[in-house]
Design a protein around this ligand. Sequence first.
Ligand code: FCB
Length: 493
Amino acid sequence: MTGTSGRDTMVISRRLLLASSMAGAGSFMAGCSLPSPASVDRTERADSSGSTSSALAGGPFPQGFAWGVATSAFQIEGAQTADGRTPSIWDAYAEVTGNIADASTAAVACDHYGRWEADLDLMKELGVNSYRFSIAWPRVMPRDSGHVNSAGLGFYDRLVDGLVSRGITPVATLFHWDLPTYLQDAGGWENRDSSAWFVDYAQAVFARLGDRVGSWATINETKIIAQLGYQQGSMAPGKRDTLASGRVVHHLNLAHGRAVQAFRASGASGQIGPCFAMSPCYPADERVAADVVDRIDLQENRLYLDPILRGSYPEQLDALGGEFVRGLDSAIRPEDAAVIAANVDFVGVTYYSPAIIGSSGPVQRYPVAANGWQQLYPKGLQDLLVRIHRDYKAPNIVVLENGVPDARGEDPTHDSQRIEFLRSHLSSARQAIADGVRLTGFHVWSLLDNFEWAQGYTQRYGLVRVDFGTQQRTPKASATWYSKVIAANALVD
Ligand code: FCB
């Protein structure tokens, strides 16, 4: 992290662990899987200053708590040309040899476009009262920003009706990474016009669905788009251009703010908020200086939280210099700050992994999931929720994603390690509530095994197993367990 190009190399979250393991410690990761329940427990005790998860298991969650599951359009729908849909940047990215681990595509995925009613029945059986899904922009505006494709939007109209009739609150994400390719060809998020395109699209969606959708998440995880899509190139659009990633972050923030304004103007009845990918940062040991950890926290968290929740980018960013900051600065106009900080109703977060900072870069301290990048540290969830509550005076907070892939070597439908994962993370969330956080809901990633981006079908995150040959759905043990938790509105054994 020295010199002006520090930002180019300091990509900490998610797949960084995978990248660094490939570079140097491949064999170390190869045998890694989820820890046994006992070791999760030990981790909890060692790090939660004496407050164990079991002590909390009996406490109910707040009344009206949103118990949900989450998916995204590209990962489950398939039907890539149905009803006028055109390709997204992810269709294009998946077609390039070498980009997807198992050389698969999402052409069929879970065929949710054809099977959505049965999938909603599955949710009803699970007992969830909240469903986070995303709307595919290339279905809604497949050819140009002005023209709404009513057939494409009709799919979501039926989906939302189907949810409401089953007593499940629709939580719709406007953008979960599937930008239409015609907009990428026009510069994508590097182009300042992108926020205007996004408003055109969002207005069409608000007009059709705004009377029934309970909550809207604007942009899914700007950080992941910037780091993996524009710095590492390991996600669509597959660029390695740090300067561009700075511009993209600002334009995504602007798109978020303008969509919030458009939402208010639409008179729709629901709520709206951002969706941040959070990585709480910790020093690996006492030799790591606090300012080193702060700097990573700046890049991983505050860079995204501050403009939306505080009205300005963190001042310390300037001191970092480098291509990223140059790109960001080149995109900012004075009038943008107030737009980006438009008042939101909730703060949406996703949590998978902490960032553990050693003296010469990120390190592994906790067991790693089968995806190779996710360190299992349940207390990170409590820490990040308390931090957003405390430092940002957040209104309501909602967990929009938390989950883990099937463990290696475990019978896929007897996924006791996922149960232990969810139990420990929900316990951590419950502790945050006890600490005063206004946490209103929790969405498990994911309802179904699905197309996990560059990892293709090699990582299965579902509560429900999908046989991709027959499309048969089989609830895993975790689905049964989650149903019991929902019914009790409290953690159960
Ligand atoms: C999140 C993404 C989601 C899925 C999970 C595992 O960052 O939003 O689509 O890939 O990771």
